[in-house]
Design a protein around this ligand. Structure first.
Ligand code: NAP
Length: 308
């Protein structure tokens, strides 16, 4: 079977750190082109300044991976889907829920695969955590996602703009795990969003959720962490405590601790290939819906200005 010719659109941090190596390591795909308005090309790979230029002039592609900021993702996805090109959406899948729903309609209409990728769900500890929790009574969940924005997002102006999500940009990874591992749906009861006085997106957020059996879920997102960086999910159950740490890579159960390898993007590309070969889409917007609910009903606090 011919490889799936894919273009990576948006050659920023995540494209270079993860997408290009994952594509190179998956024989189902061949990297046909890269697209980015200002970034340098990769030696030996055709490079275009815009997706429109790629779709008009070639080289031909079967799929695109949209690794841009979320605010421009919908229009890029529409351009690709109009040509019947399969679309991999980096997280979050869009700037709004309604634009993602509209993309799904377009993809179905043209018979292309649309993949809303949640990389944290492919972290090594997540699948075993989900399996273990399926058998348990959930008593309480605590999510702590505290990182230093200056270390992880230096100079990323888009992340502070409307649609950029602020601290929910990393926080949505935690929500993607929680919505995947817990056996019942969860919903937001209350939220507090803390915004720097000079920014349009929160630097911290506290969420209170419940599952449909009334188990409380407390979420603490903070970008002002300067000490140890924390990406932890603790689930108390009738059979003891489960702890997922390091963003889902390390799973501690009452029976012991497992340290997994970094398999997230290999897993995502394997899933994308299966969706394309199977003629299917996978568009789960549950994590984005919780974020949208927090913006909808969260109490706003203002804090001191943030400067990079
Ligand atoms: P980034 O470093 O700011 O890179 C974004 C890239 O998109 C830049 O190269 C930018 O090009 C390009 N771009 C902007 N508008 C474009 C357009 N219309 N067409 C083509 N390219 C365009 O951001 P990032 O950290 O890689 O994050 C990108 C997405 O991946 C975000 O949604 C983020 O949540 C997600 N993600 C990031 C990480 C991470 O660790 N950084 C991890 C997982 C997922 P110019 O600079 O030339 O404008």
């Amino acid at each position: 079977m011919d490889p799936i010719r894919i273009a990576v659109v948006g050659l920023g941090k995540i494209a270079r750190d993860q997408h290009l190596p994952a594509i190179a390591g998956n024989g189902t795909f061949s990297l046909a082109a890269t697209v980015s308005p200002h970034d340098h090309a990769i030696e030996g790979v055709p490079h275009l300044a815009s997706l429109d230029a790629l779709l008009a002039e070639g080289p031909a592609v079967d799929a695109v991976a949209l690794c841009t900021p979320p605010q421009v993702r919908h229009d890029l996805a529409v351009a690709a889907l109009k040509r019947g090109v399969h679309v991999f959406l980096e997280k979050p899948p869009g700037a709004t829920l309604s634009e993602v729903a509209a993309l799904q309609v377009r993809a179905d209409r043209v018979g292309a695969s649309l993949f809303a990728a949640w990389h944290a769900r492919f972290a090594a500890g997540v699948a075993p955590a989900r399996a273990w929790l399926a058998e348990r009574r959930i008593d309480r969940v605590q999510v702590t996602w505290r990182e230093d924005v200056r270390v992880w997002h230096p100079g990323q102006a888009w992340i502070w703009e409307p649609g950029g999500l602020g601290v929910f940009d990393p926080g949505i990874n935690a929500l993607s795990i929680v919505t995947h591992i817990l056996p019942r749906p969860i919903f937001l009861k209350a939220a507090t969003l803390t915004l720097p006085e000079n920014r349009a997106a929160p630097i911290a957020a506290e969420l209170h959720l419940l599952d449909t059996a009334d188990a409380p879920i407390t979420v603490d997102f903070d970008w002002r962490q300067t000490g140890p960086q924390l990406w932890d999910i603790i689930v108390e159950t009738d059979a003891g405590t489960l702890r997922l740490s390091q963003g889902g890579a390390v799973l501690a159960l009452p029976s012991g601790t497992e340290h997994g390898e970094d398999v997230e993007y290999a897993g995502l590309y394997s899933r994308f290939a299966n969706l394309i070969r199977g003629g299917c889409s996978d568009v789960d917007t549950d994590p984005l819906r919780i974020v949208a609910d927090a913006f909808l009903c969260g109490r706003r606090l203002t804090t001191q200005a943030f400067h990079d």
